[in-house]
Design a protein around this ligand. Structure first.
Ligand SMILES: [Zn+2]
Length: 180
């Protein structure tokens, strides 16, 4: 039986440069948290920078195929911008990670379905940026409140009603009657 490793807890707030291939060879598990405000590229798309990101990543050799991979989960609670009212709305991301560690395009092409390539060179990569990239891909394209909870629903309904009962609408009606 394969025991689940608890994971090495990473100290928060650091850039944390990692070598994915080396970690996969030794079978390392990393877990930890970031505050969302440390992820500026992501924050630019959000209503505000409040929220946290937690992750647990297993670096290992794939059981059947001959490649190294990173599997695990990234979770984040954040405030996206509702595309209807432009106010903040809570979004919870619970994203499973399936990355194949590759050194070039031909290795990437050989990955089985379901694995995204993570291209690595000789330089270490930033764990934070790796997680941020995954979150950017996992963000909903066009987040919106449910209509019954969106402040814009009432405002839009009010505007429509006002447009229909405004003096201008009556004037327009009158003008049309005169013309025909
Ligand atoms: Zn809304």
């Amino acid at each position: 039986m394969r025991m689940a490793k608890l994971g090495r807890l990473m100290p928060p707030g650091l850039l944390q440069m990692i070598e994915p291939l080396r970690l996969a060879i030794i079978g390392e598990v990393l877990a930890g948290q970031y505050v969302l405000r440390d992820m500026q590229r992501l924050c630019k798309l959000l209503h505000d920078n409040c929220g946290e990101v937690s992750y647990r990543l297993e670096f290992r050799r794939h059981e059947k195929e001959r490649f190294f991979c990173i599997t695990g989960v990234i979770r984040a609670n954040l405030h996206a911008v509702c595309q209807r009212c432009l106010d903040g709305m809570e979004v919870y991301i619970n994203n499973e990670v399936y990355l194949g560690i590759v050194r070039d395009r031909s290795e990437a092409a050989g990955l089985p379905a379901g694995y995204e390539p993570l291209l690595v060179g000789d330089e270490p990569v930033s764990l934070r940026e790796l997680l941020e990239d995954e979150l950017l891909l996992a963000m909903p394209m066009s987040p919106m409140h449910d209509p019954e909870h969106c402040p814009a629903t009432g405002i839009l309904a009010g505007l429509k009603e006002r447009a229909e009962t405004s003096p201008f609408a009556k004037l327009k009606e009158l003008a049309q009657k005169v013309r025909y």
